[in-house]
Design a protein around this ligand. Structure first.
Ligand SMILES: [Mg+2]
Length: 429
């Protein structure tokens, strides 16, 4: 099954003004949509990080993709990403957004598209190509953000604000309750690092009170805290959290948080999508006891098969596994769903930004993928179980061309909308 064409479409999707320790989400998030057309005319689709740099990387990959068999994924990966160790990758994830090696992200988009193409050609769902499903529904977590008013997009392309402003503990609780009412989520995460830690601790305690003891809670400040602050927050929320995600910068800092908490007699699982983002990061994280839960992400780790391997490795090493997310559309949601379905050792509900994306921006025929009772049903139809709405894809491309955002930059958006003097400081508190 030869790949006859590689079509790469940059798109922009409206994104609400969500706060995080890097600043503020811009009015549009960027994605790259990948189409592989097989020699028999069947198309497979993938989705990965967006922006001009990704487009350049895709152009550089074209010679390795077109003409190759869609089954030849390992050789394609070697051609695109090589064998070079990437042990220092975690150091680059500390600064501005999207600094990870572009080649692995390119491969992830092509791999998903190739598996979709193969699945459609054989008449089987992608999870069957990954060993077959062990679950029929994949649980996702509500992903709360501190948020300014506004629904994303700009001027005559602005979206309704479906969620409202959330800048206080009560605002966060209202957002949680609205998300749970709409999607039935059974666990809840707060993106933190936007306000002083005492305010964010208060928000978690109010959430616990409002949602009751049966809803697992997580907090993720994206390394906004010093080791001392991380330890203080963990102690304050010892009875409240199922895990604490990336409290402080760097592998050594995370290890120190672990050791300090252990000395206090607290076994608080530490989760990450920042200090362990590649297989080569794992040995050092074990040596430092820096991480208990890895948030896998097929866009970072090198595709769906890599996340499947990561599941096996986490099981062997006694680590938990969940999934990280960035702003994304339904192709990525279903790619996550298929690999999660085929991964026995998925120990927590996955993260997703999907509820933040507006129906008008989805590029799937039939619109947004339903999340019901906090889960996505694993499709049984061929491939990822999707068809692409090419008109909607063209509208996404128009938004990209018109929007003027070449790369994600949460710092400049924070300066533009909130405080011209704002700087990214890590750790801030
Ligand atoms: Mg995170």
């Amino acid at each position: 099954m030869r790949i006859a064409e590689l079509n790469v479409t940059p798109i922009a999707i409206a994104d609400p003004p969500l706060l995080n320790s890097n600043g503020l989400h811009q009015p549009y998030a960027l994605r790259t949509i990948v189409e592989l057309v097989g020699e028999d005319g069947i198309s497979g689709w993938g989705e990965c990080a967006g922006g001009r740099r990704m487009l350049d990387a895709f152009e550089g990959s074209r010679q390795h993709v077109v003409g190759r068999s869609a089954f030849e994924l390992t050789r394609l990966q070697l051609a695109l990403t090589g064998n070079a160790p990437d042990a220092t990758q975690h150091e680059t994830l500390m600064g501005r957004m999207n600094p990870l090696p572009a080649a692995r992200r390119v491969f992830s988009g092509v791999e998903v598209a190739a598996l979709h193409l193969i699945g459609k050609s054989l008449g089987v769902p992608v999870c069957d190509l990954l060993g077959g499903r062990v679950r029929d529904r994949v649980p996702f977590s509500a992903y709360l953000f501190y948020k300014l008013a506004g629904g994303g997009g700009e001027v005559d392309d602005a979206r309704d604000d479906e969620w409202g402003e959330a800048l206080t503990p009560d605002g966060v609780v209202a957002q949680a309750q609205a998300m749970i009412t709409r999607y039935g989520f059974g666990s809840v995460k707060l993106k933190a690092g936007a306000f002083p830690p005492d305010e964010e601790i208060a928000a978690m305690l109010v959430l616990r009170n409002a949602l009751g003891p049966d809803v697992p809670l997580r907090i993720d400040p994206n390394a906004a805290w010093t080791v001392d602050t991380s330890v203080a927050v963990a102690l304050a929320l010892a009875e409240t959290l199922e895990y604490l995600e990336d409290p402080t910068p760097g592998m050594a800092g995370m290890g120190e948080v672990h050791d300090r908490l252990a000395a206090e007699g607290l076994r608080m699982p530490l989760a990450t999508n920042m200090v362990v983002t590649a297989f080569d990061d794992i040995p050092e994280s074990l040596r430092l006891r820096a991480v208990d839960v890895i948030l896998g992400d097929h866009h970072y780790w090198g595709g769906l098969r890599a996340v499947s391997h990561l599941g096996t490795l986490c099981h062997t090493l006694g680590l938990g596994l969940s999934m990280h997310s960035n702003s994304h559309l339904g192709i990525s949601l279903l790619a996550m769903t298929h690999v999660a379905a085929a991964t026995p050792h998925l120990t927590y509900a996955c993260d997703t930004h999907y509820p933040w994306q507006h129906e008008a921006d989805e590029i799937l025929v039939g619109g947004k993928v339903p999340i019901v009772d906090g889960a996505v049903v694993v499709p049984s139809t061929p491939g990822l179980g999707i068809e692409i709405d090419r008109d909607a894809l063209a509208r996404g491309r128009e938004r990209f061309e018109r929007g003027g955002i070449a790369e994600r930059d949460d710092v400049s958006e924070m300066q533009r909308r909130v405080d011209p003097a704002w700087q990214h400081i890590q750790p801030r508190w």
